[in-house]
Design a protein around this ligand. Structure first.
Ligand SMILES: [Zn+2]
Length: 250
């Protein structure tokens, strides 16, 4: 044969070239309709497994509270809730990248972002050596709010943390009562305020003698975490710690 290439190999070459073009066109279409962009800055230059680019990850303001006994988050709960340890991973400020990322997590359905941030939290908790945990409890949302959103962002964080710490997520340990909005507007707001701090211990047996890490997205006054933590501590011989993604200083 003059060219030295058999017809079979030649057609195979055309086939693989065709597949390559097909895959490139497919990737371009997928990117057009399902763009994979950084949750911080929007660039599409990021690893396919990541929701945040390296530049944004490096720019997020870490607190390193997990390594500091007596940190501001722990002080928030002094005299209110007996905790083994408490931390929040990033400082929250308004109009910041942290606020933008939190918005993506809570309202834009970016579940992968929640899992990734959870894994980041898990690594820091593990490396600190201060958080000894048998199980993770996500701070529950009101059932109707979770149904509307389709997920609880604290559960996503827990699932990411669980991958690193290799402990279970105890989703049914504590719940919030159903909030039905059938009353007048004023009555509803007052009732909502009353309901805000209401939690029900639904699986006391599962919590007994466990070291529990209660997880939420943001700590501000700590009132909701305090209410939920108080209920968790009703279980026999529970040791409680708290971890949040963000800390909004008062
Ligand atoms: Zn970015």
């Amino acid at each position: 044969m003059i060219s030295g290439v058999s017809p079979l190999i030649s057609s195979g070459g055309f086939f693989s070239l065709g597949m390559q073009i097909f895959n490139e066109v497919k990737a371009a279409f997928l990117h057009l309709f399902f763009p994979h962009c950084c949750a911080g800055c929007g660039t599409d230059r990021l690893h396919s497994d990541s929701q945040i680019c390296f530049r944004c990850l490096a720019a997020l303001p870490e607190t390193v509270f997990e390594r500091l006994p007596g940190n501001p988050v722990e002080k928030t709960f002094w005299g209110r809730l007996p905790l083994q340890a408490a931390t929040a991973h990033y400082y929250f400020t308004k109009r910041s990248m942290v606020q933008h990322i939190l918005h993506q997590l809570k309202y834009k359905g970016n579940r992968e972002l929640g899992w990734q941030l959870g894994r980041i939290m898990g690594l820091q908790l593990l490396q600190s050596g201060r958080f000894h945990t048998d199980g993770l409890v996500p701070l529950p949302l009101f059932p109707d709010r979770e149904r509307k959103r389709g997920y609880n962002q604290a559960t996503l964080l827990c699932e990411g943390i669980a991958e690193i710490l290799r402990v279970p997520v105890l989703q049914d340990a504590v719940t919030r009562p159903l909030f039905t909005s059938t009353q007048t507007r004023k009555g509803r707001i007052e009732r909502w305020k009353n309901m805000e701090g209401k939690f029900l211990l639904t699986n006391e047996h599962r919590l007994r003698h466990q070291k529990i890490l209660l997880v939420d997205d943001v700590i501000t006054t700590g009132a909701t975490l305090e209410a939920c933590g108080t209920v968790l501590l009703q279980a026999e011989a529970v040791e409680l710690s708290v971890a949040a993604l963000c800390y909004a200083a008062r």
